[in-house]
Write a protein that binds this ligand. Structure first.
Ligand SMILES: [Zn+2]
Length: 134
């Protein structure tokens, strides 16, 4: 129990950083979360994606608690509860192309394509080299 509390304090004290994404952008996600809910190395890769795309990226979903996922009939084992996935809004097909092309060039191996967003994830324990549709 002591160790559990200690680990929680370490997580709270380790402020996550991003060159391009502000905490407010994570708070506007569905469900609202914090930049601190994400893994730092994933944020670094997200920054690289933003830089390569060359245009602002709007996040619509980032960290999602397991309970939130399960309440919607999902397993809770996806990129979002693993703190290693985001959904990025796409206004049109060229925005989709730009994001998917850049993500592939940067070595992302988990991409989902929906009508209004592209999912980018990099949970190593989940299937790699996959693109899915919603
Ligand atoms: Zn997603």
């Amino acid at each position: 129990m002591k160790h559990y509390i200690f680990a929680g304090l370490i997580r709270l004290s380790a402020m996550k950083t991003s060159k391009y994404f502000k905490d407010e952008e994570f708070q506007r996600c569905q469900p609202p979360c914090s930049i601190n809910d994400m893994e730092q190395d994933f944020l670094d890769r997200l920054d690289a994606l933003r830089e390569r795309c060359g245009v602002p990226l709007t996040l619509t979903s980032a960290y999602r608690p397991i309970e939130w996922e399960r309440a919607r009939g999902r397993t809770g084992s996806g990129d979002h509860p693993n703190r290693r996935g985001v959904d990025i809004a796409t206004a049109d097909s060229s925005a989709k192309f730009r994001i998917v092309k850049s993500a592939l060039e940067l070595g992302f191996k988990r991409i989902g394509i929906a009508a209004g967003f592209v999912h980018i994830g990099d949970t190593a324990a989940l299937p790699q080299n996959v693109i899915w549709l919603y």
